[in-house]
Design a protein around this ligand. Structure first.
Ligand SMILES: Cc1cc2nc3c(=O)[nH]c(=O)nc-3n(C[C@H](O)[C@H](O)[C@H](O)COP(=O)(O)OP(=O)(O)OC[C@H]3O[C@@H](n4cnc5c(N)ncnc54)[C@H](O)[C@@H]3O)c2cc1C
Ligand code: FES
Length: 247
């Protein structure tokens, strides 16, 4: 995982939840969530998974890349007791949100999960934004924090506190579990979804979920919208060849 900061006055005004399209000349253009924006600069955190992200990881300071955005909607900013649940790279937009909410929200609790300790990103930053005891860490291999999935400590947390909002971003099956728990307790939530993205502006249709286009109508969806796309949320999405594949 590497963090990149790019000069761009438009993206420098982005809100938590929005994303940008980053073009690596001669390689590809990929969607990335915004980690931080301000002073005509924007930062993204990128996990190396394939061709585009490998080329990006090799980009040297000062080299040029292309940026389009900011695109999509943003998280609403709830000022009550809020719970954030982040998995893997999904922690980045939630950290941006947590920084915005730090001075406004009555309580910020954060559950962060990853496969292993080295993938638990922004732990120190989260400890600075929330109080350290308000951050619960989980790893699947037990190398740091609780050995379980990020969704496991939730039942307990939800019993102890009456949260006014749950925000989540990360692997979709994790977000689906968070949704099911939130529905059981009738708690409002917002989830930031990922789909294959090409145009980023609602034209090509590659990012559809139900009646929505994730790039234009999302990427942040609320409980009402998530109920409408329940058959696909955490289940399936369109793949590169236009066929439906499991998430
Ligand atoms: C709204 C949104 C926000 C994202 N935010 C981040 C982030 O903050 N950090 C991060 O590391 N990753 C993020 N991603 C995922 C990132 O876009 C993919 O990891 C990247 O496109 C992979 O490209 P690649 O060529 O390296 O890998 P490839 O080998 O081409 O693809 C690896 C996997 O990445 C996904 N992917 C590839 N191309 C796209 C595409 N055009 N749109 C969506 N998914 C794709 C697919 O699941 C694919 O199987 C986000 C995706 C979306 C849709
Ligand atoms: S990426 Fe083209 S419509 Fe969403």
């Amino acid at each position: 995982m590497k963090t990149f900061t790019v000069k761009d006055s438009l993206c420098g005004k982005a809100k938590p939840g929005q994303f940008l399209m980053l073009w690596i000349p001669g390689v590809d253009e990929i969607p990335l969530s915004i980690l931080h924006a301000g002073d005509s600069e924007v930062s993204v955190s990128v996990k190396l998974v394939g061709d585009a992200t490998r080329h990006l990881h090799e980009v040297k300071r000062g080299e040029k890349v292309g940026v389009r955005g900011p695109f999509g909607n943003s998280f609403t900013e709830n000022t009550g007791k809020v719970l954030l649940v982040g998995g893997g790279t999904g922690t980045a937009p939630l950290l941006f949100l947590a920084k915005r909410l730090a001075a406004k929200a009555e309580l910020l609790s954060f559950v962060i999960g990853a496969k292993t300790k080295s993938e638990l990103i922004f732990l120190r930053e989260l400890g600075n934004v929330c109080t350290e005891e308000a951050v619960v860490s989980t790893t699947e291999d037990g190398s740091y924090g609780m050995q379980c999935l990020a969704t496991e400590p939730l039942e307990n947390l939800l019993k102890k506190q009456s949260f006014g909002m749950i925000y989540t971003c990360g692997p979709e099956q994790m977000m689906r579990k968070v949704f099911d728990l939130a529905e059981k307790r009738k708690l409002p939530m917002e989830a930031s979804l990922e789909r294959l993205m090409r145009c980023g502006i609602g034209l090509c249709g590659s990012c559809v979920i139900g009646k929505y286009r994730v790039c234009r109508d999302g990427p942040v969806f609320n409980s009402v919208q998530l109920r409408e796309v329940k058959a696909e949320f955490g289940m399936s999405k369109l793949g590169f060849n236009g066929g439906r594949i499991p998430v």
